[in-house]
Design a protein around this ligand. Structure first.
Ligand code: SAH
Ligand code: SF4
Ligand code: F3S
Length: 463
């Protein structure tokens, strides 16, 4: 899963619901979302709940009666960014003291008391499993006189799935669908099990219902989400069964998923991927380190050899497989030689994409009891070395695609040239082609002709 920042550009799109417009029909909410796809999906779930409760949406915090910030703390930089945003909110409170300010997400869960103590203008702090209470808390807060202590709702519920709530779709052919929440892996560096609680799978029928409802709104490409999708279990159905069931829905063209764990991924899943053309040949399989001692210290219970064996199996079962990974450099005690094992693994696997991170000590984690002893300049040098290698491999992997025939899913007009469509290959590579009577959401068979940066230019192939 990848941390990214959503600056609410999505909220500028016209809302579908009649009362969800900035038209004076009820208090207006502005949500700023930081963090991974799970946070983006949660913000969309909150939008549905608030919209159903009669709230509308503002496209700027200045215009909103309620400002919510959905936070991430996966690395220190993410937390600093989220808290920096909190500091900015004090100005919003000054210009309108009755404006309600709420902090959501992973920082809210892990640092609940500190936020209320350090940021007195924050009205509520609500963790990822307590969003269902948001409409009622907002109602209460709005009728409570100013100056009352902020509200805390951060219980880690074991069973919250928001199963009956379809996240608000913002248009487009792609949508995220959460199939499993929480994480039981407790990798020693990672704060997520502390912020998102225990693992729980969503019933398959409700996943399928949600995908069908999204398909009715034009969605053709679904990304199934979870911190560890391979742990999915519902009434004897595993993740491969779930993936196949979604792929078999006639209105859906493509299914993807994120994230797999090398300890739990099964050959059945790889076989299922290879056997069904609607399942994208894309696998995100975080390795974190190529060294066995570091993997053990990270509480990642697999070896380099097992990981490489999985990659071999995946490539055997899934033709033209695209691979991506996450890597951490500078985990406590990582030596130069141990880092070189990560470097050599990346050179051996030849990922299409790799997300590389410097180790960042996180509160409440097992690794935070270790001394963060790899100096910053060494972390930076290791990171740069991996990035340089990966850029070269990514370029080569892209060039290998040229002249290939593939299918692209049309996403919309190219932002640079309205006479062109932009679409993506099954491996999610961006492609532009000239428009020729197709519609958004259509699949078109093309040959990849040229590469400009990371974007391919393609031509239709005769059927
Ligand atoms: N289950 C998800 C994890 C989401 S976090 C997954 O396995 O993809 C995404 C990535 O952030 C992790 O894979 C890891 O590489 C990185 N990460 C997590 N904690 C970190 C930390 N303390 N310091 C640096 N990177 C970290
Ligand atoms: Fe974090 Fe590990 Fe769970 Fe991923 S699998 S969320 S890295 S604890
Ligand atoms: Fe996601 Fe960040 Fe939480 S990566 S799970 S929002 S700590």
């Amino acid at each position: 899963m990848h941390e990214f920042v959503t600056l609410n550009g999505n909220l500028r799109e016209p809302a579908r619901e009649p009362h969800a417009q900035a038209n004076g029909h009820g208090p207006l909410v502005f949500i700023q979302t930081y963090g991974c796809q799970m946070n983006v999906s949660d913000s969309q779930t909150i939008e549905t709940m608030l919209s159903d409760a009669g709230f509308g949406f503002a496209s700027r915090a200045d215009d909103a009666d309620v400002v919510l910030v959905n936070t991430c703390m996966i690395r220190e930089s993410a937390e600093v960014r989220a808290l920096g945003q909190l500091a900015n909110l004090s100005a919003l409170k000054k210009t309108n003291p009755s404006r309600v300010i709420g902090i959501l997400g992973c920082v809210a869960q892990a640092k609940r008391k500190e936020i209320l103590d350090s940021y007195p203008y924050v009205d509520m702090v609500i963790g990822p499993d307590s969003y269902r209470k948001l409409p009622i808390l907002l109602e209460e807060r709005r009728i409570t006189p100013q100056g009352t202590p902020g509200l805390l709702e951060t219980t880690l519920l074991r069973d919250e799935l928001y199963d009956d709530i379809v996240p608000r779709h913002h248009g487009g052919v792609t949508a995220f669908v959460t199939i499993i929440r929480g994480c039981d892996k407790f990798c020693s560096f990672c704060v997520v099990p502390r912020t998102r609680g225990r693992e729980r799978s969503r019933p398959l029928p409700s996943i399928l219902r949600e995908v069908e409802m999204l398909a009715d709104q034009g969605v053709r490409d679904v990304m199934l989400l979870g911190q560890n999708v391979d742990s999915y279990q519902w009434e004897g159905r595993d993740f491969a069964d779930c993936l196949l069931a979604v792929a078999e829905l006639p209105s859906i063209h493509r299914v993807r998923y994120m994230t797999s764990h090398p300890s739990d991924i099964t050959e059945k899943l790889l076989r299922t991927m290879g056997a069904h053309e609607k399942i994208c040949p894309y696998l995100h399989l975080p390795v974190q380190s190529g060294n066995n001692r570091i993997l053990e210290a990270m509480n990642r219970p697999y070896t380099r050899e097992h990981y490489l064996h999985l990659i071999e199996l995946a490539r055997k079962h899934v033709p033209n497989l695209a691979l991506s990974t996450d890597v951490i450099v500078g985990f406590p005690t990582e030596s130069d030689a141990e880092f070189e094992d990560t470097y050599s693994l990346m050179r051996e696997v030849r990922y299409d994409t790799a997300f590389t991170f410097k180790y960042s000590e996180r509160p409440l984690t097992k690794a935070s009891r270790m001394n963060d002893d790899v100096p910053e300049e060494i972390k930076v040098a290791r990171l740069e070395k991996l990035i340089e290698l990966q850029q070269q491999i990514a370029r080569e992997r892209n060039l290998e695609q040229l002249a290939r025939t593939t299918q692209i899913l049309i996403e919309g007009p190219s932002p640079k040239d309205a006479a062109m469509w932009t679409g993506r290959t099954p491996c999610f590579r961006p492609v532009v082609i000239s428009r020729n009577g197709e519609s958004v959401g259509d699949l078109v068979t093309v040959q990849l002709k040229t590469l400009n940066g990371f974007t391919f230019h393609a031509e239709r192939t005769p059927h």
